[in-house]
Design a protein around this ligand. Structure first.
Ligand code: NAP
Length: 534
């Protein structure tokens, strides 16, 4: 017989671990499975050189373990990937969660059984049965490999940043990096001094702010420790959840000199969110405002990059409306003789060769290693290959045929007792507090549902399921907010624009963490009005 649990959680990253901890407090039986060989989710997979979180260190953690917040050591204002992984390992051990985790176990399919109100789940390690199924698959977990013909021809090393090998050596080699998002920028900056030569194949240039990574003094740490309650309240009351004092001033309401001063202060202080949220309130809603920020960025790139041709290629002309990024000397790397840039909008890559990459102008770039920093099939990507069959035989893929609609990124009509953490249309914000909002909601919803099942009859006829109206309303709200912003002007993964042929859709809630948490609260206070009665 399949092992049976009250709740099966799929994914042992930030979301899955917190969800496990919370549901154990309710006295439920819970198992977490993950296809990886260890815990950490994003931080298990993304081990490429230079991988770092760009959220402030003291906010890239759980808020609920007050003692741990006070004592857990961290040295810099940002955390390396390995530090985040070590933190999650520590949390799991500190709270005795390890025995509930099972690795190397990939979710394949799940089917709702109407007779006994359970989910029958198939994994690579056999079946499970559960009353509630919670997927914490990660919003950025399905690698996007570029669709370049002839991959099998290449005789050198070929990597994707999110599937980084244990053993690698690029010392002195001819290396190419395709992609210059948050990942590519970190990777390029880190490896440029070590490789023989580095060719960066760029589709769109980036506006990037210095990260200004530094050691945090004991005095600063004491100050943080003494005001954590206030800090978390501020985080939850902000759009980004990044600890930034978010500006309420409109850009054009101040003089050009004042704009320059404000931008320069953010540039000097460092960090992408200090710049995009802390300078002016309307950077993403007003074209002139956004344009002024772009001008500032372009002037910085012009000051840094010496070679005119490299500078031209590295200078963006579109809106500042991709995921904001930061760097520790990205543009500076292009002043090295061993680093060059290929603009693949001008000369697209036409294929791999046995020795490298060929572009449309006939050039063959001879390479020993090609690294794809090409991001992810985000949000619904990891769900696409699953066969999830809900009520009345409806599959999730069928239900999402016109785009992955959800109720607040967490639930869907026809899928009773199925919750997603950071599913499509979840909020774009600092991930740990955004996850905490969702996990809190899911835990209380399950607790509420369970309270309706006091007689403990078998089968437990308790269900909680989003209404179709709840899902439609959330989709409309996501669209409304998208239409109010300049994000829509750029083809990014927020809208499926990073992948050829992917459906254009609003895959993310752009209204901010504070508004998202308010919506969760309203739903709970209404007695879960956008969910079917239990
Ligand atoms: P990304 O932002 O989607 O960037 C992927 C890059 O690859 C882009 O430059 C993209 O070009 C390019 N690309 C994609 N497909 C391509 C193709 N077929 N041919 C050529 N170029 C292609 O992915 P990412 O850099 O991995 O970052 C994803 C997200 O992960 C970030 O936005 C962030 O949320 C998270 N992340 C965070 C950190 C951090 O510091 N906290 C670090 C890394 C990642 P276009 O711009 O033209 O699409």
């Amino acid at each position: 017989m399949a092992p049976s649990y009250d709740v099966l959680i799929v994914g042992a990253g930030f979301g899955g671990i917190h969800q496990l901890y919370s549901l154990l407090q309710l006295g439920l039986t819970v198992k977490v499975v993950d296809k990886a060989a260890g815990l950490g989710g994003t931080w298990y997979w993304n081990r490429y050189p230079g991988a770092m979180s760009d959220s402030p260190s003291h906010l890239y953690r759980y808020s609920w373990d007050q003692d741990d917040l006070q004592s857990y050591p961290w040295s810099d204002n940002y955390l390396d990937a390995k530090d985040v992984l070590a933190y999650l390992e520590h949390v799991v051990d500190r709270h005795g969660l390890r025995k509930h985790l099972q690795f190397n176990t990939e979710l394949l399919s799940a089917k709702r059984n109407p007779e006994d109100y359970t989910w029958g789940v198939e994994t690579s390690q056999g079946p499970f049965q559960c009353h509630y199924l919670i997927t914490a698959l990660g919003l950025l977990s399905e690698p996007n490999w570029p669709n370049i013909p002839g991959r099998e021809l290449f005789r050198g090393d070929l990597y994707h940043t999110s599937r980084w090998p244990d053993k690698y050596d690029f010392t002195g080699k001819r290396v190419a990096v395709i992609g210059n998002g948050a990942t590519g920028i970190q990777l390029i900056t880190r490896i440029a001094p070590e490789v023989g030569s580095l060719l960066c194949f760029q589709r769109h240039p980036q506006y990037s702010v210095p990260a200004r990574r530094r050691t945090v003094t004991q005095e600063e740490r004491d100050q943080i420790n003494n005001s954590y309650d206030e800090i978390w309240n501020h985080v939850r009351d902000s759009a980004g959840g990044m600890g930034v004092t978010e500006s309420k001033t409109n850009t054009m309401s101040v003089s050009p000199a004042e704009r320059e001063r404000v931008y320069q202060a953010a540039w000097d202080e460092g960090g992408p969110f200090r710049f995009c949220l802390g300078t002016f309130a309307d950077l993403y809603t007003d074209e002139a405002a956004n344009h002024s920020a772009c001008e500032f960025f372009r002037s910085k790139i012009a000051q840094i990059v010496q070679d005119p041709e490299k500078r031209r290629k590295l200078t963006p002309t579109d809106f500042y409306a991709r995921r904001p990024v930061c760097d520790s000397g990205y543009f500076e790397q292009f002043n090295r003789d061993n680093v060059d840039i290929v603009d693949i909008l001008e000369t697209p890559i036409v294929g791999f060769t046995s020795d490298g990459l060929k572009t449309s102008d006939g050039t063959v770039y001879m390479l020993d290693m090609i690294i794809c920093a090409t991001g992810f099939n985000a949000f619904d990507g990891p769900y696409k290959k699953l066969n999830i069959v809900g009520r009345d035989g409806v599959t999730l893929n069928d239900h999402w045929r016109d785009g992955p609609s959800t109720n607040m990124g967490m639930a869907g009509a026809n899928f009773p007792n199925l919750f997603m953490i950071n599913g499509p249309q979840a909020p774009l914000a600092n991930v740990p507090p955004a996850i905490e909002g969702q996990v809190g909601f899911i835990t209380r919803a399950i607790s509420h549902a369970e309270a309706h099942h006091k007689d403990h009859s078998v089968p437990r006829k308790v269900t909680i399921e989003s209404t179709k109206e709840g899902e439609d309303e959330w989709g409309a709200f996501c669209n409304l907010i998208r239409d109010m912003t300049l994000f829509k002007t750029v083809d990014s993964y927020y809208f499926g624009g990073n992948i050829e042929g992917k459906r254009r859709f609003v895959y993310v809630f752009l209204g901010g963490l504070n508004l998202f948490l308010q919506k969760l609260k309203e739903c709970e206070e209404s007695g879960y009005s956008s969910f079917h009665p239990f």
